[in-house]
Write a protein of this length. Structure first.
Length: 335
């Protein structure tokens, strides 16, 4: 039902009425926790912790057997493609859709996730059948943001097992915003000189910190550096302060050979950015040294890229302050 216009007291009251309301009743996922899905997840994430795939290794840590990665909690409750695009006719009313419709009514038609806070109460094991219930904690008053006027929507997802015991909670916050209107230039009465060409757009700046500064400093010298644990010699990327293998805080670097292969890739069409010629190739490249990094592929058409394709290091001097490693197809050897 459509009510008074957006941002009126009546509209505010309708939004506030959602606080405490259940958006989705607890419903079990399509499948119980199972070892094949755990294995697929660990392989996709490159997580080699044996407690997820090796029962003996898990028991050696005091567990009864393999456990599921905590970050998989949402995967066990996803409704699946069919139920998402064509819910069954006897599906329970979806309060989430009602809330989105009300926000759309107020012009808050765009959304961006702001943060997700998990609390895990116990590890999941094969055979657990997980359900999730989602309620609204709050809908904020209208806020001014860089994206436009918006409202922060905070919901709480409660994950339970077959006995109804809570195994995890997730506080999920999104910004629903009204895209800022573009200013319409005023008409001019007489011809004006052609404006100078605007400067080329700069690539987004990386978030440089104490852990990864060496990587970008090396790139500025056309050197691809990999972080190495000074305790056990394990190589790691992305850089971090602590070795995941031995927990040492001491490290140095080695220079990569610059060869590798395409581990996976996507052809990015959206969102478009003025510093990139769309579409462009984003790849996960596995270096000869064993670490992987996300990079761009150059010198190859999207339809010619294949998983496993050998590539070699190249350098992109994007601007005087930013140099990045990119990769191109390795030269083929003459027969």
């Amino acid at each position: 039902m459509t009510g008074p216009g957006p941002d009126t007291p009546e509209y505010e009251e309708r939004l506030r009425a959602f606080a405490g309301r259940e958006l989705r009743a607890a419903a079990p996922g399509q499948d119980p926790v199972n070892r094949p899905m755990i294995r697929h997840w660990a392989e996709a994430m490159g997580d080699t912790n044996p407690v997820y795939t090796d029962a003996d290794a898990a028991r050696a840590t005091g567990r009864d057997g393999v456990v599921a990665p905590a970050s998989m909690i949402q995967a066990w409750t996803m409704r699946g493609y069919a139920a998402t695009v064509a819910p069954p006719p006897d599906a329970a009313p979806d309060g989430f859709a009602e809330l989105v419709a009300l926000l759309d009514e107020g012009g808050y038609t765009s959304v961006v996730a702001t943060d997700s806070e998990f609390t895990f109460l116990r590890e999941l094991v094969p055979g657990d059948h997980i359900a999730v219930r989602e309620t609204v904690e709050s809908v904020s008053a209208r806020k001014r943001t860089g994206l436009g006027p918006g409202r922060f929507v905070t919901t709480l997802k409660t994950y339970t097992d077959a006995d109804g015991a809570t195994v995890a909670t997730q506080r999920w916050r999104t910004l629903r915003f009204r895209p800022a209107a573009k200013e319409t230039p005023e008409p001019v009465a007489a011809p004006v000189p052609e404006p100078a060409s605007p400067p080329a757009a700069l690539r987004p700046r990386p978030a440089v910190n104490r852990d990864n500064a060496f990587f970008f400093e090396g790139a500025a010298e056309h050197r691809l550096l990999i972080q190495r644990c000074a305790g056990c010699g394990e190589l790691r990327h992305p850089p971090g302060p602590c070795c995941p293998a031995c927990r040492s805080l001491e490290w140095d670097t080695v220079e990569a050979s610059g060869t590798g292969h395409v581990y996976s890739f996507v052809v990015s069409h959206h969102p478009q950015h003025p510093a990139f010629d769309s579409p462009y190739l984003v790849a996960v490249v596995e270096l000869a040294e064993g670490t992987r990094l996300i990079t761009n592929l150059t010198g190859v058409a999207p339809e010619d890229v294949t998983v496993g394709m050998p590539v070699v290091l190249d350098w992109l001097d994007a601007d005087p302050e930013l140099t990045l490693p990119v990769f191109r197809p390795a030269p083929t050897e003459a027969p």
